[in-house]
Design a protein around this ligand. Structure first.
Ligand code: GLC
Length: 481
């Protein structure tokens, strides 16, 4: 089956624009390192710069930690409450309940609506799983300790306080911005008389880093090098890593001295790399990226995330398909834009899960993709249309994975983690793309080897899934001193 030459040449043009060359990768890595250094400095007041947020976590787990702790995790699409028993031997037992976040709460009128819902869900969990403790009235010291994973940019002021800088990933509750997230949750827990004290606030990437560091070594030979990065490639994308305290110029000098007097050398930084290159100095930009930024909840911010994370990949494909329709190149049985299937006209309707089926479809005439598109968008397609949809899908995902290598390479080079005799590095990752998108990790590694990390460096980097990372990590955070 060959594709009409005019259509194929237009699609080739788009694929070309989506291609990340070695030159873009190298420029990206250099610029990432520069942006990270600027972000660690207190002189950089650019709200569009790389946030590089100190997290007040100054120790990395060894795997010997013990205790039963609660954790709650507000991520992109679900609110999870869990109880984590750390066994002190790199293993843990987790009991958890997952609650989908009602869509109207994501853009509620007030923060109270969202936090009352979260407190109620924590209350229900405590009643079910810790009923005996919940029934006794507790003094503050005896309350159950909870680590709260809040996966949005927060200006952290201590381990258990921090104000929301801005929402990402489709959330938009204006009166929450600038408020202390721990206080909000604690006040609703107190109002509902739930005997839980929020002891730590953590980004999901910090949780992923700590949980991978705790788990590495559970199986003999499974720990190859120290854990350097915790990263998420899911609805959003972001990473955290331990930085030398001396390099975090924006921490007050007397606080740095105090930490050093306690023998601390590093603090975990939440990079918020979703906001890498908001000024678009190196990132490839198509007209589809511009359109998507405009309709997003946070225009102008998180430009890297909008090219890399799961929330956006399907939306990019949807924009391209509508554009090709408007140019008279596909789906010409529909007389006007208004006649196109409703779901193809609806933003955010095409999920990256569908792209993951199309990516590896090798069925005759791409029948599996035909079904997936019919199910997801009620969109009938011809074989020719599916051929170009698959080509575009592969290009969109490859761009995402290639760009995903930039912050990894940046952090590996910045921290010099691979320098020294036979040094190896462990990285913990979580999120739907790294877990389920076929080839995502492999493509990211291909790009990593094209950077200054090189083939040899890439071989010494071990990227491991940190399952349940953010829950276990938040629990570990409550133990951080
Ligand atoms: C978004 C959030 C960030 C989070 C990431 C992954 O980028 O801003 O805090 O870590 O999504 O969930």
């Amino acid at each position: 089956m060959s594709v009409n030459a005019k259509l194929q040449s237009r699609v080739d043009g788009i694929i070309n624009e989506l291609t990340v060359s070695q030159e873009i990768l190298n420029k990206g890595v250099d610029f990432f390192i520069k942006s990270a250094e600027k972000g660690l400095d207190n002189k950089d007041n650019d709200p569009y710069g790389l946030p590089m947020i100190p997290t007040y976590v100054t120790s990395i787990p060894t795997g010997k930690e013990r205790g039963v702790l609660l954790a709650a995790d507000l991520g992109g699409t679900n609110f999870r409450v869990c109880s984590v028993s750390l066994n002190g031997d790199h293993t843990f037992i987790i009991k958890q309940e997952k609650n989908p976040i009602p869509v109207d709460l994501m853009s509620a009128n007030s923060a109270d609506e969202l936090f009352e819902y979260l407190a109620k869900k924590i209350g229900q969990f405590v009643n079910t799983h810790h009923g005996d403790q919940a029934s006794e009235s507790k003094s503050d010291d005896n309350k159950l300790k909870l680590g709260f994973t809040f996966s949005f940019p927060v200006d952290q002021t201590s381990l258990d306080s921090g104000t929301l800088i801005r929402w990402t990933k489709g959330f938009n509750i204006e009166d929450c911005v600038g408020k202390d997230i721990v206080q909000l949750l604690q006040s609703h827990l107190d109002l509902l008389k739930i005997p839980v004290s929020v002891a730590a606030l953590a980004n999901d990437t910090v949780g992923t880093l700590l949980s991978r560091a705790y788990s590495a070594g559970a199986v003999a030979g499974d720990k190859q090098g120290d854990t350097l990065v915790g990263a998420i490639f899911g609805t959003g994308t972001n990473g955290a890593y331990p930085e030398l305290i001396d390099n975090i110029k924006k921490l007050p000098k007397n606080y740095v001295d105090e930490l050093k007097s306690k023998g601390k050398t590093h603090m975990v930084i939440n990079t918020e790399w979703g906001s890498f290159d908001n000024h678009l100095e190196v990132l490839p930009t198509t007209k589809y990226d511009v359109e998507i930024d405009k309709i997003s909840a946070n225009p102008g911010y998180h430009m890297f995330e909008k090219r890399v994370s799961g929330m956006f990949l399907g939306e990019i494909l949807r924009h391209i398909l509508v554009d090709l329709y408007r140019e008279g190149l596909i789906l010409q049985q529909y007389r006007s834009y208004e006649n196109l299937p409703h779901r193809l006209r609806t933003p955010w309707e095409l999920s990256s899960e569908i792209l993951s089926y199309i990516e590896i479809d090798d069925s005759t005439a791409l029948k599996a993709s035909e079904l997936a598109l019919l199910n997801a968008l009620r969109l009938p397609t011809t074989h020719e249309e599916r051929i170009i949809i698959q080509q575009l899908t592969i290009a969109i995902a490859k761009r995402a994975a290639y760009l995903g290598a930039i912050p990894f390479a940046g952090l590996l080079l910045k921290t010099k983690a691979l320098e020294g005799h036979n040094k190896e590095v462990d990285i913990g990752v979580d999120g739907s793309l790294v877990e389920f998108y076929p080839g995502f990790r492999a493509m990211l590694r291909d790009a990593l080897s094209m950077t200054k990390v090189g083939n040899q460096g890439e071989r010494r980097v071990h990227i491991n899934i940190a399952k349940d990372g953010s829950g276990v990590g938040a629990a570990l955070c409550t133990l951080s001193d």
